[in-house]
Each structure stands twice: as C-alpha cells, then as structure tokens.
Design a protein around this ligand. Structure first.
Ligand SMILES: Nc1ncnc2c1ncn2[C@@H]1O[C@H](COP(=O)(O)OP(=O)(O)OP(=O)(O)O)[C@@H](O)[C@H]1O
Length: 372
C-alpha cells in the first residue's frame, strides 16, 4: 500500500502554488519524512493524500488507485491521521477517543475493547489507569500517544502524521520518537511524516524529502542527504555539513559529542564483569571487572554462554579511542559504519559512546572553515 504523487499542483486562487508539480513515491512499509521551511507545502501535500484538500492538477495514488476515485469518507477510514493538536475530543474518555473510528466501522463492543487494551499496552499505558480518564487528565506526552494510537486503531496500512510531537518538550519528544521507531519496526506501516525538525527527520525517516516553494528539492536516505547534498540549502538542513571532508574540527570535538552514562546493565557476572545496553541504540558492550571494554555487539547477547568471545566484535574494530582525531570518528559515524560507537580511554577503559545524531548535532554548531 504505497502512496504516489504524480505532477501534483495545488494552487489557491490569487496565490503562487502551495504545491507545485510534486512527484514522489512512498514505498509500502516506508517512513518518509517531509521537511522544509515554513510554508513550503508540507501540510498541504499531506492533506491531499486523504482528500482534506483536493489537488488543482496531477494525481495522487494510494495502493495504485487515484484517491479521487475513492469516496472521501471511505478513503479516510483506511488512512490513519495524527496531528500536533491531537484532535482528541475533550468530552470523551480516552477509550471513547481511541474507539472513534472502530465505532464508525461498526466493530462490536468486545472487539473495540480488546483493541483499545492492546493499543494502550503498545505504549505502556495501563488500561485500568487511563481508559476512563478525559484528555485533560493526561500529560501532553500521554495525549500525543493517544493521538498516535487513534491513528493506528483500525490497523490502517497508511498513516499520515503532521508534526505529531511538535508541541512537546525535548525529553517527551525523544521518548515518543523512540516509541514510534519501535512500533514501526514491528508494524511496517507506510507513513508520511511532516516535521520542521531535522533531528526528528534523521531519527525516524527511512528517506527524507526536502521541499522548497512547493517543489521537491531533494529526496534520499538521511545518509545520502548528508553525504551528497544537492546544494547549500540542503546542506543547511542537514546540519551544515556542506563540503564535509574539508571541515577542520577542533581536536577536542569528540569531547563535545560523547555521551556518558546512557546505559543500563543487561547482565552481570562476578567473574566476567557486565554487559551493558546503550539506551535507545542497538549497542551492547561487555565491560570486565576492571572497566575494560572486552566486546561490542549490535545484537542482544543470547545463548548459554554470553561471555563467549566469538559472539563479540573486538573493540579494536568496533570502538574508537578518545584520542582518535575527531574527523576520523565523525567520518566513521556519518558514513554509516554504525549508528553509535563505544569510546575507550586510557587502558581501554569504556568511557562512553558517540552517536550519529550527537555527531551531526555537534557539527551543526561548529563554525566551518569554508563557511564565508
Ligand atoms: N486555504 C489556503 N488559502 C490560501 N493559501 C493557503 C491555504 N492553505 C495554505 N496556503 C498557503 O500554501 C502554502 C503552503 O502551506 P502549508 O501549510 O502546506 O505549508 P507547510 O510547509 O506545512 O508550512 P508550516 O511548516 O508553516 O506548517 C503557504 O504559503 C500557505 O500560506
């Protein structure tokens, strides 16, 4: 169930086109982020998919079929829609809000109830605690979760999300992004996600489409956009990484983007030490009783003997040293060797991790030599 735009234009009378000859394809099971400056046509593009807006010309296909050939109400029932304002109805309980579309589809009570329970458990919200509350009795982050669950309620194959986490503080925002990523790795929906925030785009997008003045400026995976921005406009969006190889970074940059203490213990043993899982990342580190990093893995260690050396990558290959030149570390991260690398200090002691995200963030704050 993919989505395809073919030469789509939306022009409001008396204005220059909000969307101009847009052609792009969202693959089935892909999360595509639309990003670009305010007014570039992101929301309008999204709202044309479920016919909240009609194109002036061109065609949009959902599952290979022109959206204009669907009855709009029927079309919208098959497409989840989550927005920043959540759209939760204040006089309805959380359960009633989640059940809105299932009710319209005339699901019986038992099926609706089971689905609501299942959905709440997906985001670790206890049914008995939350189902009977009203939206105002939830935090902003919890309300956003319900907004997303409502979009998932009838298990639609396509979901549209318009800055669903836009109003949240950075911490709730990050935890919802992590949750969405986790859900998406299981559910593999076709998602079109609008955001202003490049960090969010990098984190969530399988691909990112950058719009400017209603037109598609560049589309690609986060890595492609970082490595080969079409021009400075794209480079700016990607954290000012234009001409990346020529960047002269300060020697202690690694100190700026290394994260410490973001792990929790996965397993401990008096003889071998401990295995820690780095939070929010597919990264497990084996640290011995003296604090020395012994092994690195991108899979959760399982099996009878988790301390078997063969199951681990040697830190010489899969870690960086705190004395390594920061350009080298950045290059390894940005070229996609790994989403994160452990950092070892003197005596091969584990001291933290560097991540793609933290590297990009640090870089976007660095004054570049060739910036004039
Ligand atoms: N109903 C309307 N009548 C006239 N112009 C409109 C209408 N709706 C949107 N526009 C214009 O179309 C352009 C694109 O708007 P749109 O909301 O799609 O942009 P956006 O990229 O989502 O912006 P933002 O990031 O600020 O939400 C803007 O210039 C906007 O002013």
């Amino acid at each position: 169930m993919g989505v395809k735009f073919e030469h789509v234009t939306k022009a409001y009378p008396g204005h220059k086109p909000a969307v101009n000859e847009l052609s792009l394809e969202v693959q089935t099971g892909e999360l595509l982020v639309l990003i670009g400056p305010s007014g570039c046509g992101k929301t309008t593009s999204l709202r044309m998919i479920n016919r909240l807006e009609e194109p002036t010309s061109g065609t949009i296909y959902v599952d290979g079929r022109d959206v204009c050939s669907y009855d709009p109400i029927e079309l919208r029932r098959g497409i989840g829609y989550a927005i920043q304002q959540t759209g939760l109805l204040p006089h309805m309980t959380i359960e009633q809000n989640i059940e809105l579309v299932p009710r319209l589809l005339k699901w019986d009570k038992k099926r609706r109830h089971e689905r609501t329970r299942e959905l709440l458990s997906l985001v670790d919200m206890d049914y008995d605690t939350f189902a009977s509350r009203y939206p105002r009795q939830l935090s902003g982050g919890q309300q956003q979760r319900i907004g997303v669950l409502r979009a998932l309620a009838t298990d639609p194959p396509v979901i549209l999300m318009d800055e669903p986490f836009g109003a949240l503080d950075p911490i709730s925002r990050e935890s919802l992004q992590t949750e969405l990523k986790r859900l998406q790795s299981r559910l593999r929906k076709t998602i079109v996600f609008v955001t202003h925030d490049i960090d969010e785009a990098m984190r969530l997008g399988d691909r990112i489409a950058i719009l400017q003045d209603g037109q598609l400026h560049q589309i690609g995976t986060p890595q492609e956009l970082v490595q080969a921005p079409r021009d400075e406009f794209v480079a700016k969006f990607m954290g000012r990484l234009f001409n990346f190889p020529k960047i002269q970074t300060s020697v202690d940059l690694i100190g700026q983007f290394m994260q410490e203490d973001t792990s929790h213990v996965h397993q401990e043993c008096s003889e071998h030490g401990k295995i820690v899982k780095i939070d929010h990342l597919p990264l497990w580190c084996w640290i011995d009783r003296n604090g020395v990093l012994r092994g690195v893995s991108s899979q959760p260690p399982t099996g009878a003997d988790q301390w078997d050396r063969n199951d681990w990558t040697d830190p010489k290959l899969a870690a960086v040293k705190d004395t390594d030149a920061s350009e080298v570390v950045l290059k390894r991260l940005i070229e996609g060797e790994a989403e994160a690398l452990p950092v070892i200090g003197e005596g091969e002691q584990f001291i933290g991790v560097v991540t793609q995200r933290s590297a990009l963030k640090a870089l976007s704050n660095v004054e570049m030599e060739n910036d004039e």
